[in-house]
Design a protein around this ligand. Structure first.
Ligand SMILES: O=C(O)c1ccccc1N[C@@H]1O[C@H](COP(=O)(O)O)[C@@H](O)[C@H]1O
Length: 212
């Protein structure tokens, strides 16, 4: 299972989290977020990582041109689209970034929103389901109704996100079997400052060992 830890801002924390066993690190490229990082900061983290870690930039209603520039300059392996980007937008991005993983995040209120998510499954590589919050786009610490997710069965891989913590992760995974999980505020001391003890506890709970 893929494990993505999102909202990385500090190189040493990124390196440590990769060594605990994360398969992907996420960088918030949304300027209104307290976890916002710019290209040079992302590059400083990426420089300390082994090559097999996915590096995902999180964007919200940013233009195709700007995402392309930031992804290329930062050396990102993937982009996560976290706002109202359409399937057509994803197709345009694919043309510009053919070798970069495109992840479409959907903020789910109820099972009716699954149809919206499925509409993206042929034009992106991966879906990500996050909890809906009326004011915030993400990093809210709010959980989804995991039970309704048992009905969610897309044709592409998907990440479960939204309020996951070391304490609730096993309860979530007892109810749903996503291809990956994505945690941000649930493993933080403060926005953008990861709590390495919480990250270590997450991997212990998952039964996933540290990398050498
Ligand atoms: O973390 C942010 O500040 C953020 C801002 C704008 C869009 C997405 C953001 N974070 C993403 O939110 C989900 C869930 O976070 P949490 O675990 O509930 O704190 C995750 O995918 C983050 O990448």
């Amino acid at each position: 299972m893929r494990v993505k830890i999102c909202g990385i801002t500090k190189p040493e924390q990124g390196k440590a989290i990769a060594s605990f066993g994360a398969t992907a690190l996420g960088f918030i490229c949304v300027s209104t977020s307290p976890r916002y990082v710019y290209v040079e900061q992302i590059r400083a983290v990426v420089a300390l990582l082994p090559n097999n870690i996915d590096t995902i930039g999180v964007f919200a209603n940013t233009s195709v041109e700007e995402i392309t520039q930031i992804a290329t300059d930062s050396g990102l392996t993937g982009v996560q689209l976290h706002a109202d980007e359409s399937p057509e937008f994803c197709q345009k991005l694919r043309v510009n970034l053919p070798d970069v993983e495109i992840i479409k995040a959907l903020r789910i209120r109820n099972a009716a929103d699954f149809d919206k998510a499925i509409a993206y499954s042929t034009c992106v590589d991966t879906l990500l389901l996050d909890a809906y919050h009326p004011q915030q786009l993400g990093g809210t610490g709010k959980t989804l109704d995991w039970q309704i997710l048992q009905q969610f069965n897309p044709s592409c891989p998907w990440f479960l996100a939204g309020g996951l913590t070391p304490d609730n992760i096993l309860e979530a995974l007892n109810q749903v079997q996503p291809s990956g999980i994505d945690l941000s505020s649930g493993v933080e001391r403060a926005p953008g400052d990861k709590d390495l003890d919480k990250v270590a506890r997450l991997f212990e709970r998952l039964g996933l060992g540290a990398r050498g």
